[in-house]
Design a protein around this ligand. Structure first.
Ligand code: KG4
Ligand code: ZN
Length: 338
């Protein structure tokens, strides 16, 4: 079964073709970053329009690259995300499936992130713990089997990626700032500034990152923003976020007894986080799994894979399609008995 994956939930148009035996045959990505840069963030209407002009062309190219003329199943991101952007992928995906007489499936964007490590050479066995850190979500999930998810911790306010982007803005870095902030932090000195590790002093696995940007703002106001100071502040911010994520992952591993951990979503591309989690896992005697960096951020490959997982269990969408801007992961139907 060749599965076409279509991702249009935010500001990247991603398409891919996955085959269960042959693996990932082709994947293409168009980033809209330059389109939104002048506005300092994603402009939903511009995002939708750009997806409209790009998606079909990318699908044509990815089918050609995969050496096929049509797929056996179409998976598209149905949520969570920007409703107009989601509707573009949903309308195109559902229509193609209808025209080809093939099944379509609505994919949950965070389930797709969570499954992205499955595309790597050494995928994790179930059960495992998942740290999902993206622009819209920060969650710790116990994954007992495919589709069997228990949310152990969630953010009470900003997601980790959102905190990266807002802090980047405070330090004068253009949108999308998260990855550039990490680059700036590489030149910063640990310990010049110290920010709190939010919600680590009390029990539980929830997160709160919104206070950190106030700390950053106060520090910029008090200490100025010459190049070294900006780098030192960026470093203190990254240290605080990474430490907090590591503390909570360690806590989740100890409380569940699970020894396998995956980290996925845009922030999991962060070098310092990857190194820190790898170190912690070594101390805990467990094993860590990451997607390759290009599949940490949004992409069509993870959508194709997640779609295959659901399509092979026999589920498919009715002809009507929908977009779900808010869609809790734990509401997903199960494809296996836990
Ligand atoms: O998963 P993703 O591409 O989209 C969402 O589902 O939200 O994640 C995007 C987020 C952005 O907030 C971006 O700043 C952050 O991931 N990000 C990073 C890095 N690369 C992307 N944050 C920290 N370090 C990075 N290297
Ligand atoms: Zn994402």
């Amino acid at each position: 079964m060749y599965v076409l994956g279509i991702e249009t939930s935010c500001d990247e148009t991603g398409v891919a073709v996955y085959h269960p035996e042959r693996g990932l045959l082709a994947h293409l990505l168009h980033s809209q970053a330059s389109l939104h840069r002048d506005y300092g963030g994603v402009v939903p209407e511009l995002a939708s329009r750009n997806h409209i002009s790009r998606t079909i062309l990318l699908i044509r190219d990815v089918l050609e690259a995969a050496g096929i003329t049509k797929a056996d199943g179409i998976a598209y991101t149905a949520g969570p995300g920007l409703v107009g952007a989601l509707l573009v992928g949903a309308a195109i995906g559902r229509s193609l499936a209808y025209a080809w007489g093939k099944p379509a499936i609505a994919v949950h964007h965070m389930e797709a992130h969570l499954l992205a490590p499955m595309l790597e050479v050494h995928p994790p066995d179930f059960p495992f713990l998942a740290l999902l850190v993206s622009g819209g979500h920060t969650q710790l999930v116990q994954v007992d089997a495919p589709s069997v998810y228990y949310i152990l911790g969630d953010t009470l306010d900003d997601a980790a990626g959102e905190a990266f982007d807002k802090t980047a803005k405070l330090l004068g870095i253009e949108y999308p700032g998260g990855s550039q902030l990490s680059v700036l932090a590489e030149n910063g000195r640990t310990g010049v500034f110290t920010f709190p590790r939010p919600m680590t002093a009390r029990p539980g696995l929830d997160f709160s990152f919104s206070g950190l940007k106030t700390q950053v703002l106060n520090t910029v106001t008090a200490s100025g923003s010459d190049e070294q100071t900006r780098a030192d502040i960026a470093r203190a911010f990254v240290d605080a976020v990474v430490d907090t994520l590591i503390i909570k992952c360690r806590r989740a591993m100890r409380s569940t007894g699970l020894k396998r951990l995956i980290a996925a979503g845009g922030v999991s591309a962060n070098r310092q986080l990857r190194e820190g989690l790898t170190r912690m896992i070594g101390e805990e005697g467990g094993r860590i799994y990451f997607p390759r960096p290009e599949f940490c951020t949004d992409n069509g490959a993870m959508i194709a894979y997640a779609g295959w997982l659901r399509l092979q269990s026999g589920v498919q969408e009715p002809l009507a399609f929908a977009a779900y801007p808010r869609w809790p992961l734990q509401d997903l139907p199960r494809v296996v008995d836990p």
